[in-house]
Design a binder for this molecule. Structure first.
Ligand SMILES: *Cc1c(COP(=O)(O)O)cnc(C)c1O
Length: 231
């Protein structure tokens, strides 16, 4: 299994690099976040043994179970990439190093308050945006994103480092490019319009669309199936 995962990872790394080079970007500017949701703890062990230092999980209870089962996850950065209900916010603060799916002020305020109560260092956060306005997708609307990021930047428990988006599944290339380029543009506006904000992380691209996302400026691709196989 490890060999298979290693072979897939090599291929994917190569595809990311080629996509970056097509648009004159450096491959080193794109981080691969292996998404281990729906896979057992051995997937995480493989990821660790291949020298990767981060994993993405979309559900709090699943991440909690895996952290309990794993002997040693030192050096591993846990990213929450799925929708977070406020009643699980405290567990999320304890379990995750990065929360990529903050999409409302209410959730941000809850997280910040908990970080303070727990005497936790400020937690790294991305604001999730939904430029395609797909009703089924979480995320702030393009109109509200800049002011939402601005407000969240003032919460002492959170450290906003950028934006995250999820493109509509199976959409054609034009739609995908539009979603990714709008997200890129929103992050640029955040930097221009929010004093002191220097966030540069753009978490966008999944197994089916990551090369397009890289061409449109992604700095972090969240990859499950292409590395770990079907769930
Ligand atoms: C599941 C998931 C991914 C990875 O999906 P694949 O298509 O398997 O690469 C990326 N981002 C989010 C938010 C997800 O929920």
């Amino acid at each position: 299994m490890n060999d298979l995962i290693e072979a897939r990872l090599t291929q994917v790394t190569e595809r990311v690099a080629r996509a970056a080079e097509r648009v004159g970007r450096s491959p080193e500017d794109v981080q691969i976040l292996p998404v281990t949701k729906g896979h057992s703890k051995s997937a995480i062990e493989s990821v660790l043994s291949l020298g990767l230092n981060c994993v993405g999980e979309n559900r709090v209870p699943e991440a909690e179970a895996k952290q309990t089962e794993l002997d040693n996850t030192s050096g591993l950065s846990w990213h929450l990439i799925g929708r977070l209900q406020r009643n699980k916010a405290r567990r999320a603060v304890r379990l995750f190093d990065v929360i990529e799916s903050v999409d409302s002020l209410r959730l941000a305020e809850t997280l910040s308050r908990i970080v303070e109560e727990e005497d936790h260092e400020p937690i790294e956060t991305l604001v999730q945006v939904n430029p395609s306005r797909e009703v089924s997708k979480a995320g702030s609307s393009p109109e509200e994103t800049v002011s939402l990021v601005h407000t969240i930047c003032h919460l002492s428990g959170l450290r906003v480092t950028g934006l995250m988006t999820m493109a509509p599944f199976g959409a054609d290339e034009t739609v995908l490019r539009n979603v990714f380029s709008k997200t890129y543009e929103l992050l640029r506006r955040c930097r221009d319009e929010i004093p002191g904000f220097e966030g540069r992380v753009l978490s966008m691209g999944m197994s089916s669309d990551f090369e397009i996302a890289v061409e449109e400026g992604s700095t972090r691709v969240r990859l499950g199936t292409v590395i770990l196989g079907e769930r």
